[in-house]
Design a protein around this ligand. Structure first.
Ligand code: CUA
Length: 308
C-alpha cells in the first residue's frame, strides 16, 4: 500500500499512480487472457481452424491498434507532465526555509533564525518553499508522505514546494546515494496545528533572523569594505539588486536570483557585471554554504543591503 498522504499534492500523484496501475493491469490481463486462451484453443491435436493468415482488414486493424496505443501513451504523458508542472508555481506567501545537506545530515534554517538538524517543523496548511543546497556531494530530499523528492546539489540551489495538510510526523529520507551513512541520513518532518507551531517556534532559542546574521557577515567578511564604503575600490552597489537583471561583461544579462548571488560570492570570475574589473576574490573556503544562505537572505530582504 502507499504511504499516508499528507500534502495537498499527494492525491494528484496517487490518482496518477493508480491510473497507471489500472491501465497497465488491464493490458496485462488482456494479453495474458489471449495467451492462455489461444494456447488452449490451438494446442496440438485440436480441430481448431488453421488456415492461411487473415488478409482482409489487416491494414485497418494495424492502424487502429497503433493509433489507439499512441493516443493512450500521449494521454498518460500529458497527465504526468500536468501533475509535475503543477508543482512549479510557488505561492507568493510561501514560507521560505533553507536546507543545507551534508554528509550525513540535514541542516534546516528557518527565516526567523530557528535552526534544526534532521528535523523540520512546519505549520499545517501553509505553503512551504524549500531552498536547498549541499555542502559536499549530491543528496536528495525525499518525503514520501508529501510525494515530493528533489535532488540537492553542491554549488546550486534547488527548490521544492508543497503544502502539508495533515498533522503528524513524517519520515524524511536521503534518496541519492551519498556515502557510508547514506541510509542513516534520515529525519522527520513534524507538521503541527498553527497554535502548536507558534508555541514551538517561540520555544526555540531565538537567534537573529537569517537576514540579520547575513548583515553581520556582510561586514565581518569584508563585503561592505568594497560594496558599501569604499572610495577607492570600484565595486557594484548591491542595494536592491535581488530579482533584477544584471548586465554582464561580454554582453547578456543574468537575473540576480539566489544562484547568481551564490556564484558571485563563490565564483566571482564566472560572470562579471559590465563596467567592473574582475577583482573580487572568491569566498570558497572562507564563507560556508550556511554563511552564503545568510548573506543572500540579507541581500534579498525587502530593504536590500545597506545603500551606498
Ligand atoms: Cu545524503 Cu544520501
Amino acid at each position: 500500500m502507499l504511504p499516508i498522504a499528507a500534502s495537498t499534492y499527494a492525491p494528484r500523484i496517487d490518482l496518477l499512480f493508480w491510473l497507471m496501475v489500472g491501465i497497465s493491469g488491464a493490458i496485462i490481463l488482456l494479453v495474458v487472457t489471449l495467451l492462455v486462451w489461444f494456447s488452449f484453443k490451438y494446442r496440438r491435436g485440436t480441430k481448431a481452424k488453421r488456415g492461411a493468415l487473415m488478409t482482409r482488414f489487416t491494414r485497418e486493424v494495424e492502424i487502429t491498434w497503433t493509433v489507439a496505443t499512441f493516443f493512450t501513451f500521449i494521454f498518460l504523458f500529458w497527465w504526468g507532465a500536468a501533475v509535475l508542472v503543477a508543482t512549479v508555481p510557488i505561492p507568493k506567501h510561501a514560507m521560505e526555509i533553507h536546507v543545507v545537506a551534508k554528509q550525513w545530515m540535514w541542516k534546516i534554517e528557518h527565516p526567523d533564525g530557528q535552526r534544526e538538524i534532521d528535523a523540520l517543523h512546519l505549520p499545517l496548511g501553509v505553503p512551504v518553499k524549500l531552498v536547498m543546497t549541499s555542502q559536499d556531494v549530491i543528496h536528495s530530499f525525499f518525503v514520501p508522505a508529501f510525494r515530493v523528492k528533489q535532488d540537492v546539489l553542491p554549488g546550486r540551489y534547488t527548490e521544492l514546494n508543497f503544502t502539508p495538510d495533515k498533522v503528524g510526523t513524517f519520515p524524511l529520507y536521503c534518496a541519492e546515494y551519498c556515502g557510508t551513512d547514506h541510509s542513516r541520513m534520515t529525519g522527520g518532518v513534524v507538521v503541527m496545528a498553527p497554535g502548536a507551531y507558534a508555541r514551538w517556534s517561540q520555544g526555540q532559542p531565538q537567534g537573529d533572523s537569517l537576514a540579520a546574521q547575513g548583515k553581520v557577515l556582510f561586514t565581518r567578511l569584508g563585503c561592505a569594505g568594497c560594496h558599501v564604503n569604499s572610495e577607492t575600490v570600484h565595486a557594484p552597489d548591491l542595494f536592491g539588486i535581488y530579482g533584477k537583471p544584471q548586465p554582464m561583461t561580454g554582453g547578456g544579462f543574468r537575473i540576480a536570483d539566489e544562484g547568481y548571488l551564490r556564484d558571485s560570492i563563490m565564483l566571482p570570475r564566472q560572470d562579471v557585471v559590465a563596467g567592473y574589473a574582475p577583482i573580487m576574490p572568491s569566498y570558497q573556503g572562507v564563507a560556508s554554504e550556511e554563511d552564503v544562505v545568510k548573506l543572500i537572505a540579507y541581500l534579498k530582504q525587502p530593504g536590500g543591503s545597506t545603500p551606498r
